[in-house]
Ligand binder design. Structure first.
Ligand code: CS2
Length: 442
């Protein structure tokens, strides 16, 4: 490309010349950057990728669907390591649709050729009420599949929740039974809910990233995503209508997913939440920056020591996993913004801090590391009005209190039981000062 020329927009014809577009056999809800860098990437790398196209629906806003449609669903994954970037075209998304188009969703889910529905709808969405939530839309679409007698299908949750398949099943069943008990029965007999643990750090794409793609690749891609080289997908459950051969892309299928889920949710996501809240309070912007601050780093290590006590020794290589996490978090070429991780704290901390705190306390220990994550969250909420959370109104009410009462009121939003323990409340309250202590410069 010569200077001053606008490169052509990316299209399927230029990205995959002469190749047939894979037929839609999967539907995805939650078309964001993570879906593109993870499930779409794995599907492209499956041995039978030519047979598996994805129709992906956006969440709250139609933008991503509009942009991807302009480039026939094709986009670039920029794999960003500590030393450089590499670029790969992904063609597995063959249709990108505005999430509010429930007719199209129902039409696709009712087709016998569609046999897998994947979800990245955020942790908070599993508890959300209302007719326009992603799960409510999915239930409408499953009703259409029942009416069409289109056969069994797998629903695969790819959100960072413990037992996410079970959580999805319960939420979908409850919604279905409230509308039509017969639909509940049909879902019970025909829908398999698969639990998965997903992992690939995917920060929000920036305008500079898009400029880089244009310069390096010679085309304009408004839907490019940047991700770390590492990727992991562990799945447990049945696919009654078949699935892509994701194992050929490195996915791992297991009977018992719980140890893997806990390892990921506690060690990676838990550390992320500590770095996000403590880091923002201490004036940092990215994961790599926060990790280089001793106060944040030692809080992460203390939490990891605790969490590791409740993970099985065998097969999980916890020391290796921890070491790899330090490398991944320390990749300063990935600007993973703490504000992105800080969102929806009440939902995330219930999954990331509370199980470890409970396990430690059951064994007669204080759970100081997990308590520090909660303290960091409270310190963060105390310092900002600019936060996003499904319990935003309750948080505002709790924040009207001062001192230990505020700590107790915010803790009650995570766990009313724990908020009744005045020694724990005092402990978490005191920890906030240590988190906010000024940085010392060497
Ligand atoms: C992060 C995750 O935003 C968050 O809460 O902890 O999105 C994390 O980056 C991914 O789970 C990594 O696989």
């Amino acid at each position: 490309m010569s200077a001053g020329q606008t490169p052509p927009r990316l299209s399927r014809a230029t990205a995959f010349p002469g190749q047939a577009t894979p037929p839609v056999r999967m539907v995805h809800l939650g078309l964001g950057a993570f879906h593109r860098s993870h499930q779409a990437w794995y599907t492209q790398h499956a041995g039978d990728a030519a047979d598996w196209g994805i129709a992906a629906f956006t969440g709250r806003r139609p933008d991503a669907a509009e942009i991807l449609t302009e480039q026939d669903g094709v986009f670039t994954v920029v794999e960003r390591s500590g030393v450089g970037d590499s670029f790969e075209l992904i063609g597995s998304i063959v249709e990108a649709v505005d999430g509010s188009d429930v007719r199209r969703l129902a039409g696709l889910v009712a087709a016998p050729s569609t046999v897998v529905v994947t979800l990245t709808i955020t942790e908070a969405a599993y508890a959300a009420a209302g007719a326009e939530t992603p799960l409510a839309r999915l239930v409408t679409a499953l009703a259409a599949r029942k009416d069409a007698d289109a056969g069994p299908i797998a629903v695969v949750s790819c959100d960072n929740l413990a037992e996410n398949g079970l959580v999805a099943r319960k939420a979908v069943q409850a919604l279905a039974e409230a509308t039509d008990p017969a639909l509940g029965e049909w879902i019970n007999a025909n829908v398999s809910f698969v639990s998965t643990s997903v992992d690939r750090i995917t920060p929000r794409t920036t305008p500079e990233d898009l400029v880089e793609v244009a310069e390096q690749c010679g085309y304009r891609d408004e839907a490019a995503v940047v991700a770390e080289p590492f990727h992991n997908w562990i799945l447990s459950g049945d696919f009654p209508g078949g699935r892509p051969r994701w194992e050929e892309a490195g996915a791992i299928f297991v009977e018992d997913i719980e140890p893997y889920e806990n390892r990921k949710l506690w060690l990676l996501n838990g550390a992320h939440s500590i770095l996000a809240y403590a880091g923002l309070v201490r004036g940092h912007a990215t994961v790599a920056e926060a990790l280089s601050d001793d106060v944040c780093r030692s809080a992460v290590e203390a939490f990891w020591d605790e969490a590791s006590r409740h993970l099985p020794d065998e097969g999980l290589d916890i020391p290796g996993y921890r070491k790899a996490l330090l490398d991944r978090f320390g990749n300063s070429r990935i600007a993973h913004h703490l504000t992105q991780i800080a969102m929806d704290g009440t939902t995330k901390l219930r999954m990331r801090a509370l199980p470890v705190l409970a396990a430690e306390r059951t064994q007669g220990r204080s759970g100081d590391g997990a308590a520090r994550m909660i303290a960091a969250w409270i310190a963060y909420l105390s310092a900002t009005e600019d936060f996003q959370d499904p319990l935003v109104d309750d948080i505002r009410t709790a924040k009207a209190h001062d001192g230990e009462q505020r700590t107790a009121a915010l803790l009650a939003l995570l766990s009313p039981g724990l908020a009744g323990d005045s020694a724990l409340v005092s402990h978490i309250h005191r920890q906030q000062d240590a988190i906010a202590a000024p940085r010392t410069h060497a």
